[in-house]
Design a protein around this ligand. Structure first.
Ligand SMILES: *[C@@H]1O[C@H](CO)[C@@H](O)[C@H](O)[C@H]1NC(C)=O
Ligand SMILES: *[C@@H]1O[C@H](CO)[C@@H](O)[C@H](O)[C@H]1NC(C)=O
Ligand SMILES: *[C@@H]1O[C@H](CO)[C@@H](O)[C@H](O)[C@H]1NC(C)=O
Ligand SMILES: *[C@@H]1O[C@H](CO)[C@@H](O)[C@H](O)[C@H]1NC(C)=O
Ligand SMILES: *[C@@H]1O[C@H](CO)[C@@H](O)[C@H](O)[C@H]1NC(C)=O
Length: 559
């Protein structure tokens, strides 16, 4: 127990002395959420305090070194304990924040192994006093209920240098991405016609033989899901019965972290698990599901806390989740980006779907639009996965752009060194780029890599469903392939791949099928006429470097 510093007991909620940590955060409820009135002062909320970390520059430098195959420190990863002692907040920061919480009566708190988050349960009365300006209201959507503040919060000036942001006040969960195009338009298309993507099709296309399955003892991979739906073990078993012949695989998830249930089995939840276990076959698989059940928790943030609180976690994580960059506070994204660095120095590979809206579109003023990057896809410290389609839908031949494949340039994160030459070559080589007002050519460009994202077979509620599409399909496919490469590395006594991008960009496309045809979606205005960027030889902001050719990629990454 730490001692109380009395000074905070006398602080009033004077806005004059207050600082808004997330002044640029969108605090409005997204469409579909019904306002259901203010929450009673005695009701409880659970807030997450992101404490200011130390040595973040050192963390970044260290990540560059352990991820750079030409550095003598390549693969020399840190344990969670090492990360804690590197970035853990100062004693002063911990004391100031803790005393402030205690002084307000918020003393039911849990920390994480890295000491840089505190999660506290308190009454709404206490929360509103802690965070001047905040006002907690309830919102409903179907069976779901959330508590959020539509009014911006602030903290006392003295606190602002010890806190990055407070979670559980503003952000609403983004919506599900994967869609079954069969039902998207209300009319079911003729299955049967089309080949459809199944494990066998993927394994053929990406050159995985029956022998290409995991066998290293301690290998593991994970999918993280933040939906009000769950994967059903019986669906996975059924999927493997229908589609799993010809390669050794597991039909059961090794570990579920979080709470299954509340919702129902869903297409998206089934998709991730079924496909990471088809390319990353016979690799032990975890599912992080609905972490955080309290009405004020942010499930994505909750998953980040879990990573900082578990010393043994899988090596590869795939996540289909994203929000518009412009709706999120820069302070929040900057901190989440540091969380990705923390994962990277531990040797974890974090993969995000690039999104399903192409370049996206944001309406600025009347008649003036710009593309709309998505976060965390736009983080320089994750590997972002785009989507492709077969050129000939009836044959396992070469791939072209899937027009939904998310891609573009961040307006928040500057372009990391590892991609500068690849991106500049693209920008120089393209004859017809979208007008420069639509994108920020100095930003982090994504995706980094891609895989098929159209017409997958998924088993959900025991029924095989065709035509499931989205980058939430391509992401676990790439994740599973990276797990197989990790597997071969482990058998040779090598460390995991960790944060892949620095090495991926040095490969210059080696080990990948270059995708050079097609463009993705953009704004539906006269200036760009529905088009965003177009694929091209080498790297492009639609399909990255292309899709994996497993044996060639393995050969390139096996030292
Ligand atoms: C982190 O893990 C410890 C030990 O398992 C636990 O006591 C603590 O509650 C966890 N922290 C959070 C925020 O859940
Ligand atoms: C992998 O697949 C491609 C295209 O299907 C094929 O041309 C190639 O020979 C295969 N094998 C290797 C080792 O690349
Ligand atoms: C599957 O993985 C286990 C280790 O989890 C290994 O013992 C076994 O040999 C693997 N099977 C094949 C066919 O490689
Ligand atoms: C696998 O993990 C166990 C438990 O963490 C550990 O004792 C063992 O040394 C590991 N084996 C290998 C081959 O890394
Ligand atoms: C463009 O991106 C940079 C970071 O890469 C950022 O500093 C700048 O504000 C962005 N410009 C716009 C107009 O968003």
């Amino acid at each position: 127990m730490q001692t109380l510093i009395p000074v905070f007991a006398v602080l009033c909620s004077c806005p004059v002395w207050s600082i808004r940590l997330e002044a640029d955060q969108d605090t409005s409820a997204p469409e579909g959420w019904q306002h259901a009135g203010r929450v009673a002062p005695a009701d409880r909320v659970e807030l997450t305090f992101a404490l200011r970390q130390q040595n973040v520059d050192q963390l970044r430098e260290l990540l560059d070194l352990v991820s750079d195959p030409d550095s003598p420190r390549y693969g020399k990863f840190l344990s969670l304990e090492d990360v804690a002692s590197l970035v853990g907040p100062s004693q002063l920061t911990r004391k100031v924040v803790w005393s402030w919480l205690q002084a307000h009566g918020a003393d039911d708190c849990r920390t994480v192994a890295t000491h840089d988050f505190l999660q506290c349960d308190m009454t709404v009365r206490v929360a509103e006093n802690l965070l001047p300006g905040s006002e907690f209201h309830r919102y409903l959507k179907g069976q779901r209920s959330l508590v959020r503040s539509p009014a911006p919060y602030s903290v006392h000036d003295d606190l602002s240098k010890h806190l990055d942001f407070v979670g559980g006040v503003h952000r609403f969960p983004p919506e599900i991405e994967a869609v079954s195009r069969a039902w998207a338009n209300g009319k079911q298309r003729e299955a049967g016609f089309h080949l459809g993507v199944s494990p066998a099709v993927l394994r053929t296309r990406y050159n995985l033989t029956a022998a290409d399955v995991g066998s290293a003892e301690n290998n593991s991979q994970a999918v993280a899901q933040f939906l009000e739906q769950f994967y059903h073990p019986a669906d996975l078993a059924e999927f493997m019965t229908l589609f799993g012949s010809g390669f050794k695989h597991m039909s059961k998830v090794a570990r579920v972290v979080g709470t299954q249930g509340g919702g129902k089995a869903g297409v998206e939840a089934s998709l991730d698990v079924e496909y990471i276990m088809s390319t990353g076959a016979n690799v032990s698989t975890w599912v992080f599901t609905n972490p955080g059940r309290h009405e004020t928790q942010e499930p994505f943030l909750q998953w980040m806390l879990l990573l900082s609180n578990m010393s043994a976690v899988p090596w590869v994580h795939t996540i289909s989740y994203g929000d518009d960059e412009d709706s999120l506070a820069v302070a929040y994204m900057t901190r989440i980006n540091i969380e990705f660095m923390k994962a990277g120095v531990r040797g974890l590979s974090i993969l995000f779907a690039s999104g399903d809206s192409g370049a996206g579109c944001r309406h600025l003023t009347k008649g003036s639009n710009a593309f709309r990057p998505s976060f965390p896809a736009s983080s320089p410290y994750v590997t972002t996965v785009g989507g492709t389609s077969f050129k000939n839908p009836f044959k396992v031949t070469y791939e072209i752009t899937d027009y939904i494949s998310g891609g573009g340039f961040s307006n928040v994160f500057t372009m990391p060194d590892y991609q500068v030459s690849a991106v500049n070559s693209y920008l120089k080589a393209m004859q017809a780029l979208p007008p420069s007002a639509y994108f920020n050519r100095s930003g982090r460009a994504y995706p980094d890599i891609a895989a098929l994202s159209e017409n997958y077979w998924v088993v959900t509620n025991r029924v095989p469903v065709p035509w499931v599409s989205g980058t939430s399909a391509s992401t676990p496919v790439v994740g599973g392939i990276l797990s197989l490469i990790n597997d071969r590395r482990f058998l040779k006594g090598l460390p995991s791949l960790g944060f892949l991008n620095p090495r991926l960009y040095k490969l210059q496309g080696q080990g990948l099928f270059d995708v050079t045809e097609g463009c993705h979606l953009g704004c539906l205005d006269e200036q760009v006429e529905g088009k965003g960027f177009c694929a091209a030889p080498s790297w492009d902001p639609v399909t990255g470097w292309g899709t994996p050719n497993y044996p060639a990629l393995l050969a390139a990454l096996l030292d």
